[in-house]
Design a protein around this ligand. Structure first.
Ligand SMILES: Cc1cc2nc3c(=O)[nH]c(=O)nc-3n(C[C@H](O)[C@H](O)[C@H](O)COP(=O)(O)OP(=O)(O)OC[C@H]3O[C@@H](n4cnc5c(N)ncnc54)[C@H](O)[C@@H]3O)c2cc1C
Length: 282
């Protein structure tokens, strides 16, 4: 049973921001609803106002190629996954999105909803972090941009203001980056990550970026790591040590902290193999 709330299907982004400003923190944006409606039903959230953006064509557009890409807030995951060039230009993001829920869920769920929900386990988050993605935001005071590394503020908390609506995610030009995503779940099939991780390696700069999810209150982006080692095993040990120092997994219903600490090195090694040691990462 869903709670009592007012529902507004908005005709412009400005109108939505105005409604949210009037709700003064008691409003929520409704995208696919696959997180929000479940949380309302379970009594975890009780917004007085839902602002439904899905009718706005301006938010249901995306452009993806090797230069800068933009993904609108209402674009469903399957629109991206099934796009003919998206998998080629953004293979790790495509893998992460394809691992979310079921096919039916991905027909509704959005990339923007995945990060605005701010779950530490959000599968898109580590990839967006290593890609240096930027969140485009509209509010009553006008538009602004937030680097995704400054977007997460805690479990289920973002740095958005109450009147703000995310309009799109921008991905910078790929510049020859090789990227990879790995996820460990409790079961095969659809399940949230026990641990997830993404890497982006620039062969030109010899720099590796890594981000880890489900091992801290927010997804963790590590400082860039210089890749100059001739000894793969020693380099892998160094990276794993750095990763384990950067995270603070807890035990919860999905896994113990010990299990997460044990799985993480395996995921990191797989990413290193794909991006560096085999040189076959896309
Ligand atoms: C059965 C099931 C399986 C799932 N499996 C996974 C999984 O494997 N991996 C994973 O990462 N997630 C999973 N999820 C969570 C969820 O499906 C994803 O996070 C999804 O991407 C959320 O997108 P949405 O469009 O449905 O967001 P919504 O539920 O509509 O919104 C989520 C949150 O973001 C806010 N929001 C949405 N759009 C905006 C906007 N434009 N501006 C500001 N705030 C906004 C909402 O107010 C809400 O707080 C699962 C959920 C279910 C029910």
């Amino acid at each position: 049973m869903l709670g009592n709330f007012e529902y507004k299907r908005i005709r412009s982004i400005e109108e939505g921001c105005q409604y949210l400003a009037e709700a003064a923190g008691d409003g929520a944006v409704l995208a696919g609803g696959t997180d929000l409606l479940v949380e309302i039903r379970n009594g975890l959230k009780s917004p007085q106002l839902l602002v439904d953006c899905k009718g706005l064509d301006v938010l249901n557009v995306f452009s993806v190629d090797d230069s800068r890409s933009t993904i609108g807030a209402s674009v469903a995951l399957n629109q991206l996954i099934e796009h003919r060039v998206f998998r080629t230009t953004h293979p790790a993001l495509a893998d992460a999105l394809a691992s979310i829920g079921t096919y039916q869920l991905r027909n509704r769920a959005t990339l923007v909803g995945n990060i605005c929900n701010a779950s530490p386990a959000a599968d898109a988050a580590p990839v967006l972090l290593v890609l240096d993605a930027v969140v485009e935001v509209a509010g009553v005071e006008g538009p602004r941009t937030v680097p995704v590394r400054s977007f997460f503020a805690g479990v289920k908390k973002t740095t958005l203001k109450p009147d703000e609506i995310v309009t799109a995610i921008a991905l910078p030009a790929r510049s020859g980056l090789r990227t990879a995503f790995r996820k460990q779940q409790r079961i095969r099939g659809h399940d949230l990550a026990v641990v997830n991780a993404a890497g982006a390696y620039s062969p030109a700069k010899k720099v590796l970026k890594l981000a880890i999810g489900s091992c801290a209150p927010t997804p963790v982006l590590l400082d860039p790591i210089e890749v100059d080692s001739k000894d793969n095993e020693a380099f892998a040990d160094h990276v794993i040590e750095t990763v384990l120092r950067a995270v603070s997994p807890i035990s919860d219903v999905r896994a113990s902290a010990g299990y997460r600490n044990a799985v993480l090195p395996i995921l990191v090694k797989r990413i290193l193999h794909e991006l560096l040691f085999e040189g076959s990462g896309a």
